[in-house]
Ligand binder design. Structure first.
Ligand SMILES: [Zn+2]
Length: 533
């Protein structure tokens, strides 16, 4: 077991263990008042001065003028420590909060025995794809339960497995230390925007008529139509500058500006709605808060061709949507109407507003907390996407909004329930969390715990195991949306745990709505009800 020490809100720092302990030594920090805050305020300054922390990102607070949020990445002798990060909130008077996690007792040398080129060649051989010039591996310190290792890290599309992999090679021996799928998609197990509804589209005159380029909103929002070219998809996934790889020739086109392709209409319109939600509710300027262009892709593989692919590929590229990074979303076309896939029909994924907002929220996470896509941090990453996906749905489709995920395109029933996760086999309590290795350590499974917490904080009620929550009520849902948004984008760091999410949301509730107010009560009771303390 790793030696984990937790610094609780307002509590003193626990003493360091006397003897050296084998394995990673994460030190979790949640300092918001009193002596811990004073200590961490000084300690962060000293770690910055000695270059053990590096300012990765700075943002002004959009709610409280004069406050600012910094993300401080941990370095060991100049090499990034994977997952080590603090989030510091400050104003003119000094530090207000410090959340996050640092690794202690790092004892590795930072000169790799295996060179970068050799590492790239080994990874290329494994993935069946050459790594481009921009995709060379990055040297990192990788914390493992067995100890710290110097490693080459790469995130790349592997044509052999048709998957985007996050992979770490031992920088001494070249062996693979750990790897996982980094396709941030909807579902691991598994399925008419397509609904004939009339929508307004923001488009631009272009080659061949009009193209799906929205120039009205601050960021460029572009929607691409791969016109059922799998070669095009593979060229795109293999490119190491995916943004540059998408060109005007890939934009969806309509000659008379009467748009009838439901998947194209919905990927474009729903991306705009999601942008509007983040701006109006949270004052956020797009995925990176700096109006990075939003790009969506659909029609990569013809539905009818599903019979030629493995179940895994159908699951990833037909019956799924994912966030690829760099502001790029991919939406599968689903399956032909007569096909039942794992008990469901699957329509065009872009047709579901909550799914589009879910994918775009992965971008928001990528540019803020950067929650690592496995184990508890991965489950929090997934849950935050479900929360914001549902919030966007309640904002723009209030008449049919609910706490199901993906119910518009996976029929009957959707793929997850925030109200009753167990209806889909997902846990609604920390005591029954999934502890296996599948689904990246249960990222789409354990998300149910945080999802149920979010539901209870809004709607209140009695949890299946007996605890009662005084929710804020549906009319006040914006309060809980703001609390989770603030906690997840400003306080959580890449390796966050459920327990840290509880502390971070309670802190956000206090800052936004006052200490011991109804919102803090709702958030606290909800986490307790789902067994997170
Ligand atoms: Zn997701």
């Amino acid at each position: 077991m790793p030696d984990t020490r937790t610094l609780l809100l307002g509590f003193a720092v626990l003493a360091l263990p006397g003897a050296a302990v084998a394995g990673e030594r994460p030190l979790r920090v949640a300092a918001a008042s009193g002596a811990p805050l004073a200590e961490w305020s000084a300690r962060v300054d000293s770690l910055l001065a000695s270059r053990q922390l590096l300012v990765r990102m700075t943002r002004d607070d959009t709610t409280f003028p004069g406050r600012r949020h910094e993300r401080l990445a941990q370095l060991h002798l100049g090499v990034p420590v994977w997952g080590g990060e603090l989030a510091r909130q400050s104003d003119a008077a000094g530090t207000l909060t410090v959340f996050g996690m640092l690794y202690e007792g790092i004892d590795v040398a930072t000169t790799p025995k295996l060179g970068r080129a050799d590492a790239a060649a080994r990874i290329a051989a494994q993935g069946g794809v050459p790594l481009g010039r921009a995709g060379g591996p990055e040297l990192v310190v990788l914390p493992l339960e067995s100890g710290y290792r110097l490693a080459w890290r790469v995130r790349a599309f592997f044509e052999r497995s048709f998957d985007v992999r996050q992979l770490f090679l031992d920088a001494a021996t070249g062996e693979t230390l750990v790897e996982w799928s980094d396709l941030q998609k909807q579902t691991a197990a598994l399925g008419t925007g397509v609904f004939g509804d009339q929508k307004k589209l923001s488009v631009s005159p272009g080659q061949g008529g009009f193209t799906t380029t929205d120039r009205l909103r601050p960021p460029l929002i572009s929607s691409y139509d791969f016109r059922y070219s799998v070669d095009r998809l593979i060229r795109f996934l293999n490119s190491f500058d995916p943004v540059a790889n998408l060109t005007a020739a890939d934009l969806a086109v309509d000659s008379d500006n009467v748009w009838t392709d439901g998947a194209v209409v919905d990927e474009h319109v729903h991306a705009g709605y999601t942008y509007d939600y983040y701006f109006t509710r949270h004052g956020r300027h797009g995925l990176d808060n700096a109006d990075i262009p939003i790009r969506s892709i659909t029609h990569a593989i013809r539905r009818e061709d599903w019979v030629f692919y493995t179940t895994e590929t159908v699951d990833s590229f037909f019956a799924n949507a994912f966030y690829l990074g760099d502001g790029i979303m991919y939406y599968g076309d689903g399956l032909p109407p007569g096909v039942v896939f794992f008990g469901q029909h699957v329509n065009y994924l872009a047709g579901a507003l909550d799914i589009v907002a879910h994918e775009l929220t992965h971008g928001v996470t990528d540019y803020s907390s950067a929650l690592i896509y496995r184990n508890e941090s991965g489950a929090l990453n997934e849950a935050f996407s479900d929360m914001m996906g549902t919030a966007v749905e309640f904002s723009f489709e209030p008449e049919k909004a609910d706490y199901l995920v993906g119910e518009d395109v996976f029929t009957p029933g959707g793929i997850r329930s925030m109200q009753n996760p167990q209806a889909f086999g997902d846990p609604d309590h920390y005591s029954i969390r999934f502890t296996g290795s599948g689904d990246n350590g249960g990222v789409h499974i354990n998300s149910g715990i945080a999802n149920n917490d979010y539901y209870l904080a809004i709607e209140g009620g009695r949890h299946r195991l007996g605890a009662t929550v005084q929710g804020v009520g549906g009319a006040n849902r914006a309060q809980i949306e703001r609390v989770f948004y603030r906690a997840f984008t400003a306080f959580l760091t890449p390796n966050a745990t459920f327990s840290q999410a509880r502390a971070a949301t309670i802190q956000a509730a206090r800052e936004l709505y006052g200490t011991s107010g109804a919102v803090e009560t709702a958030v606290t009771q909800a986490w307790s009800a789902v067994g997170v303390n």
